[in-house]
Ligand binder design. Structure first.
Ligand code: 6PG
Length: 226
């Protein structure tokens, strides 16, 4: 695991965007890219829209998704499409959603698509993750039963406090990544980052079979680290 402290959010975004572009360019053949949701990664996605990248070989997917309509302004799939994937010739696979579809069924179907992608790209090349101020990553929340999953790669879950339904990659899926980049910015994440680096949060418990984890954080998020 490597911790890289950057001056501010802009440097986190430009560094991560540069790594994503370089990793894609360095690999011949299909490339599997997992995307973080919510707000932190958005500047990096904007920089990638303007970058010179061989997107044709890239298949992107979502580390987690809120159980909302695809055009909802809370949808991670809509966010990454609006900022990046509507503008580049990469393939983005999104989980199915429907008012009458069970999220467990959607997670199982998505898992099958991701298994096929893993075979096609000979592994998952790069996984981008964020960090919640409670130490969650993707939709692996403290106290969630999804933390105990040892077989399924993608499951339905919910935010324990609010019951908001989600679907999420699990540790059995994340551990298959070659490279994981966490992006963490802002003072509000400082305590969660300190706990995560000590292995005391769901984010901190991400482990890889044979890969590298890099934490890209800004000085504000790192302010409680000794
Ligand atoms: C989600 C994300 C989640 C996110 C953290 C940090 O769907 O909400 O996948 O894990 O990365 O909550 O969110 P911010 O980047 O908005 O602080």
């Amino acid at each position: 695991m490597e911790l890289l402290v950057h001056d501010g959010p802009g440097e986190v975004a430009s560094t991560v965007a540069g790594i994503v572009a370089a990793q894609i360019e360095a690999k011949a053949g299909p490339f599997s890219l997992s995307l973080a949701g919510a707000s932190t990664p958005q500047p990096a996605y904007g920089l990638l829209r303007e970058a010179e990248v061989s997107w044709e070989e890239v298949t992107a997917w979502l580390g987690d998704e809120r159980w909302v309509a695809p055009d909802s302004d809370r949808s991670n799939g809509r966010m990454v499409t609006d900022i990046l994937f509507a503008h580049v010739p990469a393939r983005l696979i999104r989980p199915e959603w429907g008012p009458d579809l069970d999220p467990h069924d959607s997670a199982a179907r998505y898992e099958a698509e991701l298994d096929a992608l893993e075979s096609e790209s000979n592994g998952h090349d790069l996984v981008l993750l964020g960090l919640g101020d409670d130490g969650h990553t993707a939709s692996l929340f403290p106290g969630s039963s999804a933390l105990a999953e040892t077989e399924r790669r993608y499951v339905a879950t919910q935010i324990p406090e609010t019951g908001e339904p989600r679907i999420t990659a699990t540790y059995p899926l994340l551990r298959r990544a070659r490279l994981v980049l966490f992006m963490v910015v802002g003072q509000s994440k400082a305590a969660a980052l300190r706990s995560s680096l000590a292995g005391d949060t769901p984010a901190g418990r991400v482990e890889l079979d044979d890969g590298v984890i890099e934490w890209h954080v800004d000085r504000a998020a790192a302010s409680l680290l000794s």
